[in-house]
Design a protein around this ligand. Structure first.
Ligand SMILES: C[S@@+](CC[C@H](N)C(=O)[O-])C[C@H]1O[C@@H](n2cnc3c(N)ncnc32)[C@H](O)[C@@H]1O
Length: 257
């Protein structure tokens, strides 16, 4: 019995049918079968699993033994708990290890007066973290507490992480996303050749506000590094996700660097 469990939040969204598929899978795990579970949306938090699995497969082909995964915006920590679980599942079928880092203020959404932060959707102080409680639930994920504008610039020096392969962005605001993307401002030796970037909040926004504005500005100011939106993976049936009501199909935007 593994010490890793999915978060209580994610467990609420699973159907019995998919739960049965996951239990059946556990009798004889394999990469091919896990990939099918992910592509058919039978795992919980399939968008995270898809990004991790895609990066892991590339990493193994390229001879990496360990890669890093960063979640920006952790709130109560359900995403980090799920990341530990998902990475453990992947490590059982692929020869790869993961280092996990979760960035958050710890005190919820920061103050903002910038309309591009979509302040009608989010409010200051929302999604506070109980750091002590979360720390007890985590096995090895690292918490990086503070505003991303302060924690991102020193991240590589401070933590010396394995090559960065996955960035999961869920900080809601344009300004916060813009500061998260500064993690891509460093020497290319620190990253996998392709970095999978998941954007949680592209739904209901335009390219003039929120996450999409931050991505557009990143692309405008970087000549050689680009984030290319691969949107609506669920709609295109790349991920035939049955349990996506909570996450909404449209938010499943994966960007490739
Ligand atoms: C929607 S919640 C994240 C939910 C989490 N990803 C999950 O799946 O459970 C957004 C989080 O982003 C964090 N956040 C927003 N702006 C930030 C900033 N500038 N620096 C650090 N954290 C920030 C907030 O503290 C909040 O916890």
């Amino acid at each position: 019995m593994s010490q890793y469990k999915m978060s209580r939040q994610s467990k609420q969204f699973g159907s019995y049918k998919n739960c049965f598929h996951r239990l059946f899978y556990r009798l004889k795990p394999s990469l091919e079968k896990y990939e099918q579970l992910v592509l058919k949306g039978r795992v919980l938090r399939p968008h995270y699993a898809y990004a991790l699995l895609s990066a892991a497969k590339e990493a193994v082909l390229l001879g990496y033994q360990k890669i890093s995964v960063v979640e920006f915006g952790c709130a109560g920590g359900s995403g980090l708990i799920d990341l530990e679980y998902i990475s453990h599942e992947i490590s059982q079928v692929l020869d790869i290890q993961f280092e996990i880092f979760g960035f958050d203020t710890g005190g919820g959404m920061p103050t903002s007066t910038d309309y591009r932060d979509l302040l009608y959707m989010w409010s200051e102080g929302e999604y506070k973290m109980d750091k002590g409680k979360l720390q007890k639930k985590l096995h090895h994920a690292n918490l990086v507490i503070g505003d991303v504008k302060d924690t991102v610039p020193s991240f590589f020096n401070k933590f010396n992480p394995a090559h960065l392969g996955v960035i999961l962005i869920d900080v809601d605001y344009y300004t916060s996303t813009k500061n998260c993307l500064k993690i891509l401002d460093h020497d290319s030796s620190l990253y996998m050749p392709r970095v999978f970037v998941y954007l949680d909040d592209t739904f209901g926004t335009s390219k003039f506000t929120g996450e999409l504005l931050a991505v557009n500005e990143y692309n405008q100011s970087n000549e050689k590094r680009k984030i290319s939106i691969q949107s609506l993976l669920a709609e295109k049936n790349v991920l035939n996700v049955e349990e996506l009501d909570f996450f909404r199909k449209e938010v499943l935007s994966l960007a490739l660097l």
